[in-house]
Design a protein around this ligand. Sequence first.
Ligand code: FRU
Length: 479
Amino acid sequence: MTDKERELHELAYAEVKKHKETVDADPYRQAFHIMPPVGLVNDPNGFVQWNGTYHMFYQWNPFAPNHSHKFWGHVTSDDLVNWKEQPIAIAPSDWFDKNGCYSGSGIDVDGKLTLMYTGNVKDEDGNRESYQCLAVSEDGVHFEKLGPVVDQLPEGYTAHFRDPKVWKENGRYYFVIGAQTEDLTGRVLLYSSDDMKNWELHGPIAGSNVGTLREFGYMWECPDVFRLDGTDVLVVSPQGLEAEGLRFHNVYQAGYFLGNLDLDKASFEHGEFDELDRGFEFYAPQTTVDESGRRILVGWMGVPDQEEEYQPTVEKGWIHCLTVPRVLTVEDGLLKQRPVAELSKLRGEATHAVVSLQDEMQELVPSKARAQELLLTDLEQAEWEIDVFGAATISYDKATNLLSFERPNGKTGDAERRQVKVDRLSELRVFIDRSSLELFVNDGEYVLTGRIFPGESESGLRVRGESVNEFAVTAWDFE
Ligand code: FRU
């Protein structure tokens, strides 16, 4: 470790020590989501199963619940459910990453856990430079930086050039990276290498004015490319899309294209962009394929610039978390997302109930646990509304087939909502943690994610709806 690295690690740990007690006492600390020990978490990074162990790294600011500094925090797990905190993986200690170890990915290279990330550098006038860098580890805990392996911007692109996602295919390494053209359009570029060190640019595979796509945002962040069930998938977080009907209501979007990638021609023929999550907080997801062959996705439960400063955890010294891991599949041309099966480990005893809906609110399940899972079925014909700890409402309107997730806006207190049209609502799986909701609709067809901040005295889940209906609920306490 260099002196500068040691100094930054010590400063970060001092900050953790200083704020940990206040942070840990916050009732909004999550029971089963990855969170920063103190400070801010944003993108998941370097997600990989390496020698049997799952590694998750994340963009971390140890110094404040804002975006002023970026380290890579690190947690590991044997089961994607119980995560163990590890020492800081990388800190912004060098000339090539001094203004942030920005997002990137992880891969095994000759038995070493290798991270590829963006070194963000800004001069006094705010001019940006971007370096794609490597860091390697033999034990999966301590990382040694190797410095930049790509230090030039491609012709015609700005320094908004970041977030390499690396993979190996047919003996060759590839990465895709988020980019912006000089005329301010977002793109994804493809590079390849036979040794992880010398990289060749192949060109843009997707983006504004690439292939059949017209203007589609001014910057694309955090791309991820993989083949799944015979289809190529590009996951990406474009910035600059306008709201359109029920879609694109967050400040920035995260979604995917399905298509056909030709690595030799660096071309990706694809269909339309669709959002991965219809809720409030979801951005910069990253996937990995694990040793059992599952393609697993984790997202940041946050969105840059989206009223972050109004979240109530800020005054306690921390903000944001990651989502639960989701297994991806492509079925009949649709991308499905299901919570990983391992989450059932968290389940206590099950409570089953069949509720006859009435106009008046009534108890949905007797449990008051702030972390629980619900499975709701027999929903199709009903018109109903569930109140979650007085902090959010989930409802379904059978006349319009709209499923809604509503909560008070953090800044104004006025109701805000996200909706999705579900023509045949058959099942809802809800993961409630102390300050979040994740709704999985129809066995992975849609997901709606958002933070919720229940008052301390609010307790329980209540329901009301059309009296002709009843619906079945199973609930499991998670704590
Ligand atoms: C996405 C992002 C990335 C960048 C990182 C910095 O949220 O802006 O593009 O690498 O966050 O923290």
